[in-house]
Design a protein around this ligand. Structure first.
Ligand code: NOJ
Ligand code: MG
Length: 586
């Protein structure tokens, strides 16, 4: 999650130069939708507000569906829209089978789902299996030890009592948002576990009833016609039942303090062996639906783990598949604006070299828990990062607003609402708060960027929306991030992208990262510069199968030297300005 572990850079073995080759697909079969379609993440509070309360809603999303169609985006993952007291903005669910009134009703959901189907768009729900809200009816029943609900949550006696008679938590475990993972309950006279905020009690997966309950909730949405799930925080599903203290993390960030999650090494609370079994269970249900009607459904899982070796088992096995793909956060965790081409190359190589046979790799560079592309890699890297991830073999996810290059908003302490920021207090909130990347979508230059008619939106609209918005980028006669993005989306539909081989490498002494995708002599070449100077790439020499001339398919906005889209260039001397990027087709 946020500011994840710059120190993990060490975990990747660095090489000074890098190259990888994958052959073209010898038996081209149509890809599954979740492999080929862009998966676009909507943060529903910030997408489109239809009723003027300053918070986005389902009717709002429905009114904006044509944006996806125009961009060739095939599937949409919506962050949680279930009933929620909004302590973690929807990730605290008080009813897993109903819609939060702020977002609308079940009828609104059906209407949205129908409208998406009409347009051929897939709908992916964000499912949160690890915890509920403390306002869920189950939790109240569990507090009162009612019948089967007694052990729905993780309850534990105190370790003892301090000198003042206060109960001492069973272990030193610290939750993701800061502070103890245990909260005392006066009625039950026990602690309960919460790996996130205290209003998000962890469900007890040691109790088979809990799994049944969650499968029933997933079934509800599958019956309602959803095409898949993004499974939240699955690394936290199980805890070691000995409730032993966790050790200090030897690689903790320098500025971390004992109440920070990253201060500790989470050997008892994260990625316990039974996680995979639970994923296999979830997947079985999804596959039953796919087998029944032949319509492919998909499950993507969220887990930030220290190494790729720990994450790869989340794919499951051939006999017991788990995730269709576990999110790949490596470009977020291990790379930033000062990373060179070799860092990117190493991360990318590692996935293709280590992934299980037949597994689909996936690429993403942003989400609602991490700073935006422009703020993390630099505004001059927005198009380059979109190019880099969208044309590699594998699934791809775009966080809303990245198609136009939205950047983080500056949020004052007074305007801060993210519990992670709030818990950290006024001096440290900006280290943790996820509000900057969650601000309203910038549709137009109107007030509130066309997002809402409210006097005040739930998070402030970025002041740059006057210039930076969908409408402006669509209508300009010049270049725009949106136009570049649309070209990338189109390229994913070509045979070269779907079935082409991959040759990826650094060139020019590690200043350029590039790759070709070629299918039966047709294809394209991407070159991204990480240099501070203009460099000339001899692509015919560096890459196999590149003809001597090629057509400029797209460049980043403001590419230097000025190069017209559609013009023909010599591939033995492609000039790329500092930090710029280009795709040529042949
Ligand atoms: C991961 C989600 O992405 C994040 O936004 C949320 O706060 C936690 N899981 C808890 O559900
Ligand atoms: Mg748990």
């Amino acid at each position: 999650m946020k500011h994840v572990l710059a120190f993990c850079l060490l975990a990747i073995s660095f090489r000074l130069s890098s190259a990888i080759k994958l052959p073209q697909n010898p038996d081209p079969q149509p890809l599954k939708w979740w492999q080929s379609d862009i998966i676009y993440q909507i943060y529903p509070r910030s997408h489109q507000d239809s009723d003027g309360d300053g918070v986005g809603d389902l009717k709002g999303i429905e009114s904006r569906l044509d944006h996806f169609v125009e961009l060739g985006i095939g599937s949409v993952w919506i962050s949680p829209i279930y009933q929620s007291p909004m302590k973690d903005f929807g990730y605290d669910i008080s009813n897993f089978t109903n819609i939060e009134p702020t977002f609308g009703t079940l009828d609104d959901f059906r209407s949205l789902s129908d409208a998406m189907k009409e347009r051929g768009l897939k709908l992916i729900m964000d499912f949160v299996p690890n915890h509920s809200s403390d306002m869920h009816a189950w939790f109240n029943k569990s507090i009162h030890s009612e019948g089967k609900y007694k052990d729905y949550y993780v309850w534990k006696d105190p370790k003892g009592y301090d000198a003042e008679g206060n109960p001492i938590p069973p272990a030193n475990w610290v939750n993701h948002f800061g502070g103890s993972s245990f909260e005392w309950n006066e009625i039950r006279q026990q602690f309960y576990l919460h790996q996130f905020v205290k209003e998000q009690p962890d469900l007890n997966y040691e109790n088979p009833e809990v799994m049944k309950e969650m499968l029933a909730a997933m079934k509800f949405w599958l019956d309602a016609g959803v095409d898949g799930f993004r499974m939240d925080a699955v690394q936290t599903l199980f805890e070691d039942q000995r409730f032993l203290d966790e050790p200090v993390n030897p690689d903790r960030p320098a500025n971390s303090i004992p109440s920070d999650h990253k201060y500790w090494k989470h050997i008892y609370t994260i990625n316990q062996p039974k996680v995979i079994d639970a994923l296999v269970e979830f997947r079985k249900l999804i596959d039953i639906y796919t087998l029944a009607d032949g319509k492919e459904r998909c499950m993507m899982t969220e887990a930030y783990l220290d190494t790729l070796e720990e994450l790869l088992p989340y794919y499951g096995t051939k006999e017991n598949p788990a995730a269709h793909f576990p999110f790949n956060f490596d470009l977020i965790v291990y790379a930033n604006g000062s990373s060179g081409a070799t860092t990117f190359a190493n991360i990318i190589d590692e996935w293709y070299l280590k992934k299980p046979e037949g597994a689909t790799v996936n690429w993403l560079v942003g989400n609602h828990d991490n700073f935006r592309i422009g703020s993390r890699y630099g505004e001059d890297a927005i198009d380059k990062m979109n190019m880099l991830i969208m044309l590699l073999p594998g699934s791809v996810v775009t966080y809303y607003g990245e198609e136009i290059g939205m950047v983080d908003n500056v949020i004052s302490w007074e305007d801060t609402v993210d519990p992670w920021g709030c818990n950290a207090g006024p001096d440290r909130y900006s280290l943790f708060s996820r509000d900057p990347e969650r601000c309203p979508m910038q549709w137009s230059a109107e007030d509130n960027a066309g997002f809402s008619t409210a006097n005040k939106t739930w998070l402030p609209v970025h002041p740059n929306h006057k210039q930076l918005n969908v409408e402006a980028q669509k209508n300009t006669t010049g270049e725009s991030h949106l136009k570049v993005y649309k070209r990338l989306s189109d390229l994913r539909k070509t045979e070269a992208w779907q079935f082409g081989g991959l040759e990826a490498k650094t060139t020019n002494d590690g200043e350029i990262y590039g790759y070709s995708r070629i299918f039966n002599n047709q294809g394209f070449l991407f070159l991204g510069s990480f240099s501070n100077q203009t460099v000339t790439v001899n692509a015919t020499q560096e890459f196999e199968g590149i003809p001597s001339t090629a057509t400029v398919y797209t460049t980043n906005v403001g590419f230097e030297p000025e190069t017209a889209i559609g013009s023909s260039i010599s591939t033995s001397s492609i000039v790329v300005g500092a930090k710029h990027s280009i795709i040529v087709a042949f």
